[in-house]
Ligand binder design. Structure first.
Ligand code: ADP
Ligand code: MG
Length: 481
C-alpha cells in the first residue's frame, strides 16, 4: 500500500457558463464569438462616465431555467453587487456580480460515474458578467486588450465540496454541458470558453471528518487539463503533508505545457473585493407565477430521458447514453420508439444512420430531412421482414434520403428490394444449390453442420439478398436433411 492510498481527494467546483443571449448582460452589444477585436463594444461596456447599465431579462430567465432544472430554491428577491478590483481588461474597475443574495440557492446535479450514481449538491448559482481579454503573447513589447467579451452574461455555479475524484469532476462537467445545451441557455463549448471551471482541491486522511486546507486552481477550460491539475495537486499536497508540511491556501495557475501548478497569490495577498450592492441597478423582484411558468415549460432533462429509455424502452446503458447526448436526437428517438414500439430496430437506425448523418451535416435531429412518419414506415418494413437489414441500410435508406416524401414501401418496390417469401422460388433456388454442390451436401449430411453458412450464402447470392433469412433457413435445413 502506498502512502497515497491513505488519503482521499475533496473537491469543490466553481463553474462559469457563458449564456447564449443575443446581447451583453448590461447593454445591447452583441456577444458573437470570434469577431474582430473591439468591434462589440459601446460606451457602456467601455464604462464611460455617466453611462448606466440595464439588466438583461434573458440572463434572469436563463438563470431561473437552470435553477429550477437542478432543484434550486429561487430567491424571488435578489440583487447585483459590485466586486471591486483593478485590472486592465476590466474597464469599470469592478465586476457586476451577485454576492449577498444570489438568484438560486441549493439544488443538486445527478452524475453517473463508471459504476455508480451520485448527486453533487450545489451551494448557489449566481449571475455575473465576464471581463475582457488581455493578450500578452502577440508582441514582446506590448500587451493588447480585446473588450468584446467584457460584459458577457455568465452564470457561476458553485458546488459543495462533494467530489472525491477527478472522474466525478469529469462526469459533472459532462452533465452540466449536456444540461445547459438541453435547456438552450449556452452552447457549453469548452474550447471556446463557454464552460470553464475553477477547481478547489484539498486532501484528507480517509475516514477523517474535517476537510483539509484547499487550493484553488483557476480557469481550466478542458477536461483533460482539469484531470491533470487535480491529480497533480493530490500528489503535491499528500507529499507536502507526509513530509511534515502544511498546505497553504493558495490560488494556483495550472500550466498545461508542464502539467504543474504554481501559486498566483496566497491567502494573505488575497483581494479584498469590498462587495456592496450595485447602486446603478434596482433589486430584482420575480413573481412566483414567473418561476412556475418557466418550470412548467422546461424541456425534458437528460437524466429523466436516460431513465425512461433504459427502463421503459429497454435500451442498454451504452445506447441510452449515446442517444441522450443531444436533446433533439433523444426526442427524435423517443418519437420513433413510441410510434413503432420496435425499440431495438429504432435505436439501431438512430445510432447507425441518423446520428452520423446529422453529425456530418452539422444539423440538429430536429432538422433531419426524413419525417417521423416516414422513418416509422421504414422501420416497419424491416420489422415485417419485407426488406432485409442490409438492403434497408445500404440501399433503401439512401434512396429515402433522396426522396424523403415517397413511401418507403413504394421505394422498395421501385428498387426491387422486397424480400420474396415465395416458397416455390426459394425451393427452386435451394434445389439448384443442392444439385450444384454434391460434395458439400455429402459432408454436411456426414456431420459438418458448419456448412449451413455456406449454403445460406449461396442462397442469398442467388436471391440477390431478397430471401427472407428466417424462412430460407428453415427450408434449407429441411432440404438438407
Ligand atoms: P470562497 O468564497 O473563498 O471562494 P467558498 O466557500 O465560496 O469560498 O467555496 C468555494 C468553493 O470551494 C466551493 O465550490 C466549495 O465547495 C469549495 N471548497 C470549500 N472548502 C473546500 C475544501 N476544504 N476542499 C475542497 N473544496 C472546498
Ligand atoms: Mg469563490
Amino acid at each position: 500500500m502506498s502512502v497515497y492510498d491513505k488519503y482521499e481527494l475533496v473537491i469543490g467546483l466553481e463553474t462559469h457558463v457563458q449564456l447564449s443571449t443575443k446581447s451583453k448582460a448590461f447593454c445591447a452589444d452583441a456577444i458573437t464569438f470570434g469577431q474582430e477585436p473591439n468591434t462589440q463594444i459601446s460606451t457602456i461596456s467601455l464604462a464611460y462616465p455617466g453611462t448606466l447599465p440595464q439588466v438583461n431579462k434573458k440572463q434572469i430567465e436563463y438563470a431561473v431555467r437552470l435553477g429550477v432544472a437542478v432543484g434550486c430554491e429561487i430567491n424571488l428577491e435578489n440583487h447585483f453587487d459590485r466586486k471591486n478590483y483593478f485590472y486592465a481588461d476590466l474597464p469599470k474597475g469592478f465586476q457586476t456580480t451577485q454576492d449577498a443574495r444570489p438568484i438560486c440557492v441549493g439544488g443538486y446535479v445527478p452524475v453517473r460515474v463508471e459504476n455508480y450514481e451520485k448527486n453533487i449538491r450545489l451551494n448557489r448559482i449566481h449571475m455575473e458578467e465576464d471581463a475582457g481579454k488581455s493578450i500578452h503573447d502577440l508582441s514582446p513589447r506590448h500587451s493588447f486588450i480585446d473588450l468584446n467579451r467584457a460584459g458577457t452574461p455568465l452564470l457561476e455555479i458553485v458546488s459543495e465540496p462533494d467530489f472525491r475524484s477527478a472522474e466525478e469532476v469529469e462526469a459533472y462537467m459532462t452533465a452540466l454541458r449536456q444540461l445547459v445545451r438541453y435547456l438552450d441557455i449556452s452552447d457549453g463549448n469548452m474550447e471556446q470558453g463557454s464552460l470553464r471551471c475553477d477547481v478547489n482541491v484539498s486532501v484528507r486522511l480517509k475516514g477523517a471528518e474535517e476537510y483539509g486546507q484547499r487550493c484553488e486552481v483557476k480557469n481550466l477550460n478542458s477536461m483533460r487539463f482539469a484531470r491533470k491539475a487535480i491529480n497533480f495537486e493530490f500528489k503535491r499536497q499528500v507529499d507536502l503533508i507526509e513530509a511534515g508540511g502544511k498546505v497553504q491556501q493558495n490560488t494556483l495557475h495550472f500550466d498545461p505545457a508542464t502539467g504543474v501548478t504554481s501559486p498566483l497569490r496566497s491567502k494573505e495577498n488575497a483581494h479584498d473585493y469590498r462587495y456592496f450592492p450595485e447602486p446603478d441597478l434596482p433589486p430584482i423582484k420575480l413573481t412566483k407565477a414567473y418561476v412556475t411558468d418557466i418550470a412548467t415549460n422546461l424541456p425534458p432533462l437528460p437524466y429523466v430521458l436516460y431513465d425512461r429509455f433504459t427502463t421503459g424502452f429497454q435500451l442498454s446503458d451504452y445506447d441510452a447514453k449515446l442517444i441522450t447526448e443531444e436533446r433533439d436526437t433523444a426526442l427524435l428517438f423517443q418519437a420513433l420508439a413510441k410510434a413503432t414500439k420496435s425499440y431495438k430496430a429504432t435505436v439501431n437506425l438512430v445510432i447507425n444512420k441518423i446520428m452520423p448523418y446529422i453529425k456530418e451535416h452539422s444539423i440538429s435531429a430536429k432538422d433531419f430531412p426524413i419525417s417521423v412518419l416516414q422513418l416509422s414506415a421504414f422501420i416497419q418494413l424491416l420489422e415485417d421482414g419485407k426488406v432485409s437489414n442490409s438492403m434497408a441500410y445500404q440501399r433503401l435508406f439512401p434512396a429515402l434520403l433522396k426522396s424523403p416524401n415517397t413511401p418507403p414501401l413504394q421505394l422498395a418496390e421501385q428498387l426491387n428490394l422486397l424480400q420474396s417469401d415465395d416458397a416455390d422460388l426459394l425451393e427452386k433456388l435451394i434445389d439448384d444449390i443442392i444439385a450444384q454442390n454434391p460434395d458439400k451436401v455429402k459432408a454436411y449430411r456426414n456431420g459438418k453442420k458448419g456448412l449451413l453458412g455456406f449454403f445460406m450464402g449461396q442462397l442469398m447470392r442467388a436471391s440477390k439478398g431478397k430471401a427472407d433469412p428466417k424462412k430460407a433457413n428453415q427450408l434449407m435445413v429441411e432440404k438438407l436433411k
